[in-house]
Design a protein around this ligand. Structure first.
Ligand code: ADP
Ligand code: MG
Length: 467
């Protein structure tokens, strides 16, 4: 199967960038494969029906118009199930093939040689983290593509997307996804020889093999595996690693030619890895390149809830919301914050609630981390409930005002480090017990009433946007 060349794809992305926001191009379109099925027919493989629907609705038009611009004719486009490409390799068309508009050659399948399997290099136990499975991986907008493609590859190793290249900043789930693929493949094919290691591990093994004269063994071992998974491959671009890059290049080619699955992760997309040879960059883009982006608020909450189930601890939803509100960097930090809260509750023997969370995380969350003021909270809350700020600050007791007031108090407690007295003064001269009562009331209802929870979450989101 022939796919459009990386150069042509670059031009396509550039054109798409003129029609769509760059984050959409980066997360939804840059990892697409364009298969030249016949003259003037481009097939785009997608992992499942959900994706085909989504692309059909959102991206058919822009893709079609951009392909027309770049290729000079209006091709027919079909979004196809990636499983239909089982056993086929996509080799990029070169520039001359494009320009002559030659009909694409029919499927070229490179048959893998039967390699003897040397000893299994990495067994699951002790190497793979039992938590890093697909079941424990929360899917959100930030990781949808990477998740779908990793799953597709794990279901059909070596068949569709090769290599699979996952990239994202620290703590966003690269290692988790890579190991999830390993677990999944081992569950289905316990006899598969999977090699899972880090880029640094590869370099170290290569150096020590070269030093100790066991280079042939090293080489044969790598040629004999079914799936090669290398985490943090960007290590190859650090410092003087030409020899290791050269070795990896040959390993990659041998495995790729033999249709063995290669899965890589990196802290940046292939073209941004410093000192990576151009031929490596282009190979890394042969299959799928999928980004992991930082999670949004909803996904952060969902991840914390999944973790709470995993740790089997009684953590109320409002604590997850509190942590998700305050920790935005990455998932590792989110997990660290939750562990801090759990540890703090253990030591102090206090119940796990937002007050405890605030205490436990006070070093992580400085009070001016969010420059949100009481005035902003009152503004957002009153607008949402269609009442005035003076209503919130009044002593009126009708429900249509007292409930928004309680929510305002709760949010102030959550976002600011103001004392109970200060909060009381800002919301109609209430004393500190009334403030505590309001916080408690909102907390309880938040944990019970889904619609109420949705309202409070929405207000939190609005507040964060108003920063
Ligand atoms: P990276 O390798 O990108 O630095 P990790 O894979 O080590 O990140 O992820 C950091 C932590 O966050 C791990 O404990 C992992 O289980 C967790 N994590 C990452 N992504 C998710 C997710 N989508 N759902 C649940 N947990 C996640
Ligand atoms: Mg990692």
């Amino acid at each position: 199967m022939k796919s459009l060349s990386p150069e042509i794809k670059e031009r396509i992305y550039k054109e798409l960038g003129k029609l769509l926001p760059s984050n959409e191009v980066n997360s939804w379109l840059k990892s697409l494969e364009f298969i030249v099925a016949e003259d003037n027919l481009i097939e785009i493989p997608l992992p499942n029906l959900y994706y085909r629907d989504w692309y059909e609705k959102h991206y058919r038009e822009p893709i079609s118009s951009v392909l027309t611009t770049v290729l000079g004719t209006r091709p027919k486009i079909i979004f196809k199930n990636s499983a239909d490409y089982q056993g086929e390799l996509f080799t990029p068309l070169n520039e001359s093939e494009h320009s002559s508009k030659a009909p694409a050659k029919k499927t070229e399948v490179i048959q893998g040689k039967n390699l003897d399997i040397v000893s299994p290099r990495s067994q699951r136990n002790g190497v793979l983290n039992p938590k890093y499975t697909f079941e424990q991986f929360v899917v959100g907008h930030c990781n949808r593509l990477a998740h779908a493609w990793t799953l597709a590859v794990a279901e059909n190793p070596g068949k569709a997307y090769n290599p699979l290249f996952i990239h994202g900043r620290v703590g966003l789930g690269k290692t988790h996804l890579l190991q999830a693929a390993c677990h999944y493949i081992l569950d289905k094919h316990s006899n598969f020889n999977i090699s899972y290691l880090s880029g640094e591990g590869f370099v170290n093994e290569y150096i020590s093999a070269a030093k100790s004269g066991t280079y042939e063994k090293f080489r044969n071992q790598y040629r004999a595996i079914d799936v090669l998974v290398i985490d943090d491959i960007h290590f190859l671009g650090r410092g003087e690693k030409q020899a290791s890059q050269e070795e990896f290049f040959h390993t990659f080619n041998a495995l790729h030619n033999a249709q063995k699955q290669i899965i890589l992760s990196s802290d940046s997309p292939p073209q941004d890895i410093p000192n990576l040879e151009e031929r490596m960059v282009s190979r890394f883009k042969w299959g799928m390149v999928a980004p992991l982006d930082p999670p949004n608020f909803e996904t952060r909450v969902a991840i914390l809830q999944r973790l709470v189930e995993w740790f089997k601890k009684p953590v109320p939803d409002e604590v997850c919301t509190f942590i998700a509100t305050n920790i935005e960097t990455n998932i590792r930090d989110l997990e660290g914050a939750l562990k801090n809260v759990l540890g703090y509750a253990d030591v102090t023997k206090k119940p796990i609630d937002t007050v405890l969370a605030q205490e436990a995380l006070k070093d992580l969350i400085s009070s001016n981390y969010y420059p949100i003021s009481i005035a902003q909270i009152q503004d957002v809350v009153s607008k949402y409930f269609n009442i005035t700020v003076s209503d919130l600050q009044s002593k009126k007791r009708v429900k249509s005002i007292s409930i928004p007031r309680q929510i305002g108090i709760y949010l102030t407690r959550m976002f600011l480090s103001s004392s109970l007295e200060e909060i009381g003064a800002a919301f109609g001269g209430k004393d500190h017990t009334t403030v505590m009562y309001a916080v408690e009331k909102v907390k309880q209802r938040y944990n019970k009433d889904k619609q109420f929870k949705a309202t409070v979450d929405l207000l939190i989101n609005n507040l964060k946007r108003s920063e």
